[in-house]
Design a protein around this ligand. Structure first.
Ligand code: ADP
Ligand code: MG
Length: 331
C-alpha cells in the first residue's frame, strides 16, 4: 500500500526570517523515492540550485534502489561485490547504526521484506511461513557486509535494502549541493521527512502531524537549522490479513513486523542518515528502548507516539497541540 500519510508537515517555516532575507524563496516539487517532495530554498540563484538538487534526487533514487538494474545495490545483491565510494560510505554508516541499535536497524532485511511482499517490485503481500522466515533470518545481519576502502563485499545470499536510510542520505547530499551553490537556508520536505539547512536568527517551526488523524497536528517543533526531522510510522505501509495488520518495519530479530508499543517515532538529529535509520530503529525498539538508545548513540531527540495515546518527547522546543493524547517531556 502506498505511503498514506506524511507525518511531518511543514508550516510557517522561515516565515519569521524569510522576510528578513533579500532573496525570495524558490520552491520545487519533485517526485522521487516513491513520494512527493517539496523543496524550498533561500539565497541567490535558487532556481539553478534546485535544478541540481532535483537531478541529485533522481540520481540517488536510482542509485539506492535495489530494484533498479544498474544500481550499486542491485549489483551488490547479485554479485556480492561492488566498488563505489558512495555506497561504501553509506554502508559503513549503516553498519555503525546497526551496531549502535543492537541490530534493530539492519540493512540486510531485503529478503525478509520480499517474503512479506514489501519488496522492490510487484510482490504480493502475504504472511510467510515460519520456515521461510527462519531461512531468511539465517543469512541476514549487518555482519555480512564488509567494507574495504571503496569496495563493499556482501556475503551472499544476504540481501541489502537501503530503504531505511535513502531519504536521510538524499537529505544530506542535497544539502551539500545547495550549500556549494551558495544557498543560505532551505527546508526540504522529503515526503514527511524534513531536512533543514542553514542557521538563522530565529527558529524554524515544523508541525508534527498526528499519526491518527488526517489534517491534525500533534504539536509544533521549534528548532535550529541544520537538523533532520525524520519520522517512521507503522501505519505508513501495511496490509491486513484475517483482521491482523502487518506493516513494513520489520524486527530483524523475529523477521516479523515490529511489535513494539510505538505507532510512530520522530527523530531530530544533526545527521540525516542517522536520523532516518534511528526513526526506523525506534519503531522496533519501543519507547523504553528508544530512550535508552539516546544514552549510547549519537546525540538525538525523539517525539514518540505510543499505541495507548502517549506522546513522549525529549526536546525543549516542542509545543503540544492535539487533544486526546497525554504529553510527557522525558529525559
Ligand atoms: P519511509 O520513510 O521511506 O517510509 P522508513 O524510514 O520508515 O521509511 O523506513 C522503512 C523502510 O526501511 C522499509 O520500507 C524498508 O525498506 C526498510 N526497513 C524495514 N525494517 C527495517 C529495519 N528493521 N532495519 C532497516 N531497514 C528496515
Ligand atoms: Mg526513515
Amino acid at each position: 500500500m502506498k505511503k498514506c500519510a506524511l507525518i511531518l508537515y511543514l508550516i510557517a517555516c522561515l516565515a519569521l526570517t524569510g522576510c528578513a532575507r533579500r532573496d525570495a524563496p524558490v520552491t520545487r516539487t519533485v517526485f522521487a523515492m516513491d513520494t512527493v517532495m517539496n523543496l524550498t530554498v533561500y539565497g541567490k540563484n535558487g532556481a539553478a540550485a534546485l535544478d541540481a538538487a532535483e537531478q541529485e534526487l533522481y540520481r540517488l533514487d536510482a542509485h539506492l534502489a535495489r530494484g533498479t538494474e544498474g544500481s550499486a545495490v542491485y549489483a551488490l545483491n547479485r554479485d556480492g561485490t561492488v566498488i563505489d565510494r558512495e555506497t561504501a560510505e553509506l554502508l559503513q554508516t549503516s553498519g555503525d547504526i546497526a551496531q549502535a541499535t543492537g541490530g534493530a536497524f539492519d540493512p540486510t532485511v531485503a529478503e525478509l521484506l520480499e517474503l512479506w511482499g514489501f519488496g522492490s517490485g510487484a510482490g504480493e503481500h502475504r504472511v510467510p511461513s515460519q520456515e521461510e522466515i527462519d531461512a531468511a533470518l539465517a543469512h541476514a545481519g549487518a555482519k555480512h557486509v564488509h567494507i574495504d576502502g571503496e569496495q563493499v563485499i556482501l556475503d551472499l545470499p544476504a540481501q541489502l535494502d537501503l530503504g531505511g536510510v535513502a531519504k536521510g542520505c538524499a537529505g544530506e547530499r542535497v544539502e551539500e549541493i545547495l550549500r556549494d551553490r551558495g544557498i543560505t537556508g532551505a527546508v526540504l520536505d522529503l515526503g514527511g521527512d524534513v531536512a533543514l539547512l542553514g542557521s538563522k536568527g530565529s527558529a524554524w517551526r515544523i508541525a508534527v502531524k498526528d499519526p491518527a488523524a488526517e489534517g491534525a497536528y500533534l504539536g509544533v517543533l521549534e528548532t535550529d537549522g541544520d537538523r533532520f526531522i525524520m519520522t517512521s510510522g507503522v501505519y505508513e505501509r501495511y496490509f491486513e490479513e484475517n483482521g491482523v495488520r502487518y506493516h513494513h518495519i520489520l524486527d530483524p530479530k523475529t523477521g516479523c513486523p515490529a511489535d513494539s508499543d510505538l505507532v510512530s517515532a520522530t527523530v531530530i538529529c544533526a545527521d540525516g542518515v542517522w536520523a532516518d535509520a534511528l526513526a526506523t530503529a525506534c519503531c522496533v525498539l519501543g519507547a523504553e528502548g528508544s530512550l535508552e538508545l539516546r544514552k549510547t548513540a549519537v546525540p538525538f531527540d525523539v517525539i514518540l507516539v505510543t499505541v495507548d495515546g502517549r506522546v513522549l518527547y525529549t526536546c525543549d522546543g516542542f509545543a503540544p497541540a492535539a487533544e486526546g493524547y497525554t504529553y510527557e517531556q522525558v529525559a
